[in-house]
Design a protein around this ligand. Sequence first.
Ligand code: CMP
Length: 139
Amino acid sequence: ATERTLSIIKPDATERNITGKIIAMLEEGGLRVVAQKRVRWSREQAEKFYEVHKDRPFYNDLVTFMTSGPIVLQVLEGEDAVARNREIMGATNPAEAGPGTIRAEFGENIERNSVHGSDSPENAQKEIALCFDESEIVG
Ligand code: CMP
């Protein structure tokens, strides 16, 4: 079914000026950008977004990294968009990501892995609502 997912191009990628290359891979993979904005998160915003990870050992560093520079928030739409986006991104750890995936191509390490994507349709809905007003999404 047609679905929406939340995508984030992370600070390691905006820093290297490769957002266009990443967006091209998402579009070539069959997804459509139906909302997009470049922002810099406050610590509070990053903490809220990654709240599910708050008890994990990497949480504090992750929040510091995600607030270290600009990010690009996107809503992607397409057939099975959540799963499709995860295929296009590859595994969380770039060292384990399959050839031709965004993280294999551009990820530097498990933290600086260039992109985030929602991990389930339920979380996609929550993450989209957290990042965008309905009026900003134009399908
Ligand atoms: P992301 O999809 O944004 O979701 C949580 C992020 O935490 C993950 O990508 C990684 O960038 C980061 N992270 C850092 N260390 C780890 C780890 N050991 N396991 C999972 N995620 C990690």
